[in-house]
Design a protein around this ligand. Structure first.
Ligand code: DP6
Length: 360
């Protein structure tokens, strides 16, 4: 949809320059798990962007010296050259040359770093691929002036981010982002995410997300491999049906400020995601003993206090503890006394619903 052979730089003297974006990770409430075709989702998903878990990407460009047709890229992660990441990025940028043909006319140095420890087991593809997509769209706009309109800019950035990593499509927006076609949201698309703004009770914009590190170990199965395993999962079709139902119920909870329904759907989504991993062939388990201990401690705490505090999980062992700001003191006391002792090295990251990407 965005292929454009006209985006070729005509001038002989390309000035070297630099573009940088900080882009956040996000937490999905209704999960994307299962894809087809070119990074298209089997069901719609919705997430909120985080405030602190971000990737900073600096993209330097200059005219290409040689005549080769490929992508010329140097890549540094945290100031160190990183060959495995570089190779992945070159492959991605090569695929982007029909959208951004000018990529072949330039040489690039990309420097990237995450605000969260790489080993913390936090998904970095959403923040890193969205940061890169934003840089590419800024670059197009700088050379051609084609993306002046903010809506058009973000839609294209989301489309490009999706091709890098599905969940990255949702990180382009502040607050809530929705990706995937659903008849209940006008303008929703499988090709890019859209901001989900209008029908969200203000309480949800005050939500905290404390990421409790149950284990810092490398994941045994990547998300990309996990999506592929959905193809032969006997529960797949029911899951996609359920995701659509959950979407409808969650949007209604967001609209009415129904915290109890929000929590019920969010926790179900997290557990179903992991149940799908356990029912794949071959099966795998990303939760760790500490993950279950934390869930049990949380359920006990909630039963005793009746406070609206809930959990979610990504494709990893860490707990995301979700609650509105007005109960922060009580939840903080519970986290300190009961959950931190269960975290690896007592580590956790206090995050919250975020304000979206920032051009640096
Ligand atoms: C569990 O977006 O990481 O976080 O498209 O293969 O890069 P790829 O997968 P990815 O999958 C994320 C899965 C999830 C749920 C979600 O974010 O919706």
């Amino acid at each position: 949809m965005y292929d454009n052979p006209q985006l070729i730089i005509e001038t002989a003297n390309i000035e070297p320059g630099k573009i940088a974006w900080r882009s956040p990770s996000n937490l999905a409430l209704v999960k994307y798990w299962g894809k087809y075709g070119q990074q298209l989702p089997k069901n719609p998903s919705i997430s909120f962007t985080l405030e602190h878990a971000c990737t900073d990407t600096y993209l330097e460009y200059r005219p290409k010296r040689g005549v080769d047709e490929g992508i010329a890229l140097e890549f540094f992660f945290k100031d160190e050259p990183n060959e495995p990441f570089r190779i992945k990025l070159v492959q991605f940028l090569e695929k982007m040359t029909s959208i951004f043909p000018f990529l072949k006319q330039l040489e690039f140095t990309i420097r990237s770093s995450n605000s969260f420890p790489h080993s913390a087991g936090i998904a970095s593809s959403a923040s890193s691929m969205s940061a890169l997509a934003l840089c590419l769209c800024s670059l197009e706009d700088r050379f051609f002036g084609t993306l002046k309109d903010d809506t058009a800019f973000r839609q294209k950035a989301s489309y490009v981010a999706r091709l890098g990593s599905g969940s990255a499509s949702r990180s382009i927006f502040d607050g809530f982002g929705l990706w995937g076609e659903t008849p209940i949201v006008e303008g929703s698309s499988n090709l890019y995410a859209i901001p989900y703004k209008h029908e969200v009770d203000p309480i949800f914009h005050t939500f905290h997300d404390d990421i409790l590190i149950a284990s810092k170990g490398e994941k045994s199965v990547s998300s990309t491999a996990g999506h592929a395993l959905m193809e032969n999962n006997i529960y797949a079709e029911n899951r996609y049906r359920q995701a659509n139902q959950h979407m409808q119920q969650l949007l209604s909870a967001l609209k009415t400020g129904d915290l109890e329904a929000f929590g019920r759907i969010t926790e179900s989504e997290a557990l179903v995601l992991h149940a799908l991993m356990m029912t794949s062939h071959p099966p795998y388990i990303l939760m760790r003993p500490a993950t279950l201990s934390m869930i049990e401690a949380l359920w006990t705490f909630r039963k005793e206090t009746k406070l609206p505090v809930y959990f979610s999980l990504d494709a990893g062992p860490n707990i995301h503890l979700l609650y509105p700001n007005n109960i922060k003191p009580q939840v903080d006391a519970f986290v300190q006394s009961e959950l931190i002792p269960l975290c690896e090295n007592g580590e956790y990251i206090a995050d919250k619903v975020g304000s979206g990407p920032l051009e640096l």
